[in-house]
Design a protein around this ligand. Structure first.
Ligand code: TRP
Ligand code: SF4
Length: 326
């Protein structure tokens, strides 16, 4: 194998992707040529919060794979699969759970935060499975003995736990698992159009497959500088959502955009128009490819992905069972 090593990453099956995911996927794409890549949809992880309403998980999973293919993930280069197609993930998770101290899981910073967040929405997720979320993630990663995991910063505590689990397994039994590193990339941390966290459930996101009309509608809804009434009023780009997007997508022109805003030389309508066109240019090819991706093709891709992933999973589980003398 002439590649530099093995990459694994996944996304929780949580519905339609938005523009915020695009930079993550671009990072995945970039790695496809240099590394042996495994990319999967974490549908079991989706069950940790949707256990009372699992009906949408499958549809979300298939839509997510279609979006990945539209962005350019290539099943000839990468293994694209669905977590629940590989039952070994659940088995490895169970084995890890035997030697992982509860305190390791309880101190993962996302845990208490999320339990609290869901409680405020009237939902109790203090389940065994939710506490074990990062442990299942460790099983996902270590199953393929990945060298690196491309993730956003929010996932760093989960990756740290994964390394600790690998170390403990290697120390208790036999050295099987490498300790994977995080592969951080420039990821767009863009807010939703209303300035809150971007989320489909707030209807403040721009879908990865949005039409030009939909893009314009969302960009028009972006919060701008409230102090600007007339075009000639000096603006404050630092308080404006449109500016945050320009800062990411129009990085080459950002100094001029800020100057024009501060000097009252450009109106918000024109500024938004320019942003909508920029975003449309970015999404148009994705949208076109997405329209041509059939359900049947998605089914073929994940069946082939499962076949390849299972070979690796079976090999790892054979080593694990031998290490445990089972
Ligand atoms: N927790 C990740 C997220 O919310 C999804 C995930 C599950 C994952 N298993 C993984 C990411 C393994 C990387 C590697 O996005
Ligand atoms: Fe925001 Fe652009 Fe209006 Fe300035 S001109 S406030 S950056 S939309």
């Amino acid at each position: 194998m002439s590649k530099k090593g093995r990459i694994l990453s996944g996304m929780r099956a949580s519905g339609r992707l938005h523009i915020g995911h695009l930079s993550v996927l671009e990072n995945w794409l970039r790695l496809q040529d240099e590394y042996e890549c495994f990319y999967f949809v974490a549908d079991l992880h989706a069950l940790t919060t949707a256990f009372d309403d699992p009906g949408a998980i499958k549809e979300n999973t298939l839509a997510m794979v279609a979006d990945w293919l539209a962005v350019g993930l290539d099943p000839q280069k990468s293994v694209i699969f669905v977590q629940s197609d590989i039952p070994e993930h659940a088995e490895l998770h169970l084995i890890f759970s035997m030697f992982t101290p509860l305190s390791w899981l309880e101190r993962v910073p996302t845990y208490k935060d999320q339990v609290q967040q869901f409680k405020e929405q009237g939902k109790d997720i203090m389940t065994y499975g939710f506490l074990g979320y990062p442990l299942l993630q460790a099983a996902d990663i270590l199953m393929y003995r990945a060298d690196a995991v491309p993730v956003g910063e929010d996932q760093l505590p989960h990756l740290e736990l994964c390394r600790e689990v690998a170390r403990r397994f290697n120390h208790l039994y036999t050295r099987i698992f490498p300790e994977p590193r995080a592969e951080l990339a420039r990821v767009a941390m863009l807010p939703g159009v209303d300035g809150r966290k971007m989320s489909k459930s707030y209807a403040n996101d721009i879908s990865l497959t949005a039409s030009f009309e939909e893009i314009k509608e969302r960009v028009n809804a972006m919060i701008t500088d409230p102090a600007r009434i007339r075009k000639s009023d000096p603006g404050h780009p630092e308080v404006c959502v449109v500016h945050k997007y320009h800062d990411y997508y129009s990085a080459d022109r950002i100094a001029a955009i800020e100057e024009d805003c501060r000097a009252g030389r450009v109106g918000c309508v024109a500024c938004k128009r320019a942003l909508a066109e920029k975003i449309d240019a970015l999404l148009a090819p994705v949208r076109e490819r997405r329209e041509k991706i059939t359900e049947r093709y998605v089914a073929e891709v994940i069946a082939e992905g499962a076949r390849k992933a299972r070979v690796e999973a079976a090999a790892t589980m054979a080593l694990v069972r031998a290490a445990l003398k089972m």
